[in-house]
Design a protein around this ligand. Sequence first.
Ligand code: ADP
Ligand code: MG
Ligand code: MG
Length: 887
Amino acid sequence: MSKWAYNFRQGEADGAASMKELLGGKGAGLAEMARLGLPVPPGFTLTTEVCAYFYAHDKTLPPDLSEELDAALTHLGDVAGHSFDDPDWPLLVSVRSGARASMPGMMDTVLNLGLNDNTVGALAKKCGDERFAFDCYRRFIEMYSSVVLGVAHHEFEEALEQYKERRAIILDAELHADDWRAVVALYKEIVAEHNGVDFPQNPHQQLLGAIKAVLSSWMNHRAIVYRELHNIPADWGTAVNVQAMVFGNMDDNSATGVAFSRNPSTGARELYGEFLINAQGEDVVAGMRTPHPISEAARQRASDAPSLEATMPAIFAEFKAYAEKLEAHYRDMQDMEFTVERGKLWMLQTRGGKRTAPAALKIAVDMANEGLITRNDALMRIDPASLDQLLHPTVDPEIGHAVLTSGLPASPGAACGEIVFGPEEAMELAGQGRKVILVRVETSPEDIGGMHAAQAILTARGGMTSHAAVVARGMGKPCVTAAVGLRIDYEDQSFSVAGRRFRKGDMITVDGSSGQVIAGAVKMRRPELTGEFAVLMGWADAARRLKVRANAETPMDAKAARKFGAEGIGLARTEHMFFEGERIVAVREMILADSADGRKAALAKLLPMQRDDFKELFEIMAGLPVTIRLLDPPLHEFLPHSDAEIAHVATAMGADPSKLRKRAQELSEFNPMLGFRGVRLGVAFPEIVDMQARAIFEAAIAAAAETGEPAQIEIMVPLVFSKAELDLIKRRVDETAQAIEAETGLRSSYHIGAMIELPRATLRAGDIALTAEFLSFGTNDLTQTALGISRDDAGAFLGAYVARGVLPADPFVTIDQEGVGELVAIGCERARKARPNVALGVCGEHGGDPASIAFFEEVGVDYVSCSPFRVPIARLAAARAALRRKG
Ligand code: ADP
Ligand code: MG
Ligand code: MG
């Protein structure tokens, strides 16, 4: 036979904190506080198994429950010293919901249960206050009727308003005992009319009704929605807590409040909360009266209402001691409810408190420093993804601002600037040192230069994996996509939204963390990379095995990467260096040349630019490895399209525009993703490899002369599927190195490796590793090629795949462990067999995704590489993965 009811009273309890599953969070917390000897009003908890039974049996209660319920009530009566039908002093109880995971305010609670036409009189006599007793009774009728009997709140509110009008009364406080008595009569009429029968007078019947109503509230609409949002399983069910009432609304020596043991928005170690004198439970959160601060310190900061510390110093001191005791006991910040009845403090709830990302960080570090938890505990308490909020500037939440519209929070951080509608203008204005926001219907690869130049990107269309979103995240730029109601008129260089028109040059603010778009420039908060953040990162570095590098090719990104603690560059995409200004023309010349000589002429223009770029990267990363990936441009991103672009390239090459147009047409591809790119370019046109290798070695020599440290060169060949391809490229690189040694007498040491992004390459990783000294899994393309899904086109159906459970998550965000993950595992195993000291890395967005990092830790790769802004996230995620693996 199941045990359905668990008793608790100050000093002892059947339950404990560890029994959350059975007793729900609230019940377990009440039991634990009782065990700790805190003043908890006595009561009992009906287990979540009652709830399971209730739903499995057509919303009925277990037959043997009534016996246990009677026993529990008798026990409660003994402990409390009075019972439901005590003629002098009737027992009143609250009936409170409480699931395993806290679902604040989502389910129902009934207070003051046990009141009826008789007991209200007894209560009045016992506490010598008729007004109080009738006020409690009408509150109870209202709450019980709305929760249990389904009578709408507003019916009671309207009746009360009409009554007050008739008597020309404005404030509830002006109502006397006789008034409340009259209101009670009105309320009972409403119930009888609505319900067909009178308001239930028998407390036992009231109790059964309330228990069923609380159980039913598990399936109310808002609870269902909340569960879906927070991934709480529907079969967990709620417990029901029946507890003797204490009254914060008895007199001015009574009060009720809620408090956190530390400040939940900053994490500061201070009691933080609110209370109301002469009030009951819900009054504090209901917003009818403005609550007062708990502590004097908080009052001095924000309010002139007297604090609990000032008005009830002894109660404050007692409560503070309990808060400290609970926090030390749970080893976490607590969120507590309390009530003071005629100068006596009662504790009504405790649970782990919700907190902001900065507060979570500060609390974890402080608690480790205080010796409350270990450093590893601190690491396990911070969700790596939450660091995102700390690494980007944020809109100052203390300042109110008018939100124009919202879209998807596609890439975090906030920025303000002038509106521009095209990439060229963005680059031009940014070149003049102005801050711009690039506003587009959607973005395409042609916009990359403009995106780079902009402070933030705003689009009218596109999802979380749209081009704009993916590229912006990679760049660490704030981005909002699919902004609601944003209508862009490129002709007119303006957009309209929310009935307002904004023109080129107007200022807006884009908050990619919240998805909000705000008119004008808003004050920002700079990210803090010092203090607790730095401390926690240090602990993470001590705990992790995986190295963390960054994907970076511009000096700005490389500097950011170092600042964020990257241990080198894991991927420098050389084609990304080609988008700016005159460079793209030279690249187009190279691509469109129809002879080796023509190509060499174009390459000669590119060589010095590349050399300068590489030199800067080597200097910034002095002492750390830099992986340079040879050219891998999807051709269509570089081909000229418009007549003006073709004419521009033709002039530069001294070629005939119509011939050029023909050549561009020849090169245009049906499927560029699987086209003439990566190593295939180098195999067909080895002079491109020669140029890049020369640029790399000359840059390395120049950088070493400046920094005094040899550059750590890693040359990575993209998109290989066989050893033979790699061998061809390696030979050209080696020859270039020898040529430079002959010219300068200087020899650079370097490593050659392969980017593994085709399924065939993972299978042939053993061969490839005979030539490659390192392999880096390019899991973006590997996902595309393994699943046969083009990321740019996936938006149309991927959402449905995730929503219907075909895929557990977007495979471009979190690695598809079963498929792509297995390919990575196979590749690692085969490569290691062929070359035991082969270095194995992962580049691509998965390198910055905590769930994927946990998988890479299992597979045993040596490093991950991700966008600079995700480096700290990856460091923490790697530490947590290592700790979890060790158990
Ligand atoms: P929630 O989970 O929505 O916070 P609770 O069950 O905690 O709901 O109760 C709602 C309010 O009623 C809280 O402010 C709580 O402190 C108060 N309350 C609950 N039980 C009692 C009681 N036995 N005596 C006095 N106040 C109570
Ligand atoms: Mg509560
Ligand atoms: Mg690729």
